[in-house]
Design a protein around this ligand. Structure first.
Ligand SMILES: [Zn+2]
Length: 220
């Protein structure tokens, strides 16, 4: 009985691993594609909602090559205004997504890694980004990263004109480069061709899981 249970557990683990590793995702280091883009991976430091690093030290910001190209377009736009993209998160391994999901105070804001196709971060198809000034300092935005409150909504409803201007610049740059935003997080951007960049059956699972969320999703 014991060995049966152990076998069943091992099998369950194996199935999960097979699914996670079933697809080879081509990834590139964002900084190798555009060294001017600033990277500050918040999950590689304790400065995130879990209060501890989720990524090992030295983790690079990886993303699909097609998405990296879009980021270079957005970066070109904001550099005209002496600003830079600052990447807070990019590719997120499934085990990191699981740690985040378990640690998140509000699980409805973090994708369950075992639901649908999981987070699009785990497919290298989404980034979390803000703007930095010429000194590399984060520019004022509606909220901090991973602020799961109504103030983090895509559409800014505050009265600060500077924040409104900064957010509009970020959203315009990302929209013109081919990203979607989502309603609840101003810093999250999904490559608009994400369905074409996933295996067809996984894209179908994702569409089913996101169908409700997609109704809320706005095209930038
Ligand atoms: Zn995100």
């Amino acid at each position: 009985m014991k060995s049966f249970l152990l076998g069943a557990l091992l099998l369950a683990g194996a199935v999960r691993d097979v699914r996670a590793q079933q697809y080879q995702i081509p990834l590139v280091d964002i900084r190798s594609v555009d060294p001017t883009i600033i990277v500050d991976l918040r999950y590689a430091s304790p400065n995130n909602i879990t209060g501890r690093p989720i990524y090992p030290p030295g983790t690079r910001a990886l993303i699909r090559p097609e998405v990296a190209q879009r980021l270079t377009i957005a970066q070109r736009f904001v550099r005209r205004f002496d600003c830079s993209l600052k990447i807070w998160d990019a590719y997120r391994p499934r085990d990191a997504q699981l740690a985040l999901w378990k640690a998140s105070p509000k699980n409805d804001f973090v994708a369950n890694p075992d639901a649908g196709a999981g987070s699009l971060h785990s497919w290298g198809l989404a980034v979390d980004a803000t703007l930095a000034d010429r000194y590399g300092q984060s520019m004022s935005m509606p909220t901090e990263f991973d602020d799961f409150t109504p103030a983090a909504m895509w559409k800014y409803t505050g009265t600060n004109e500077i924040i409104r201007h900064h957010l509009a610049m970020l959203q315009t740059a990302m929209r013109d480069a081919g990203f979607y935003g989502i309603r609840s997080e101003w810093w999250h951007f999904t490559s608009q061709d994400w369905q074409q960049l996933m295996p067809a059956e996984e894209a179908k699972r994702a569409v089913q899981a996101f169908s409700q969320a997609e109704q809320d999703q706005r095209k930038l």
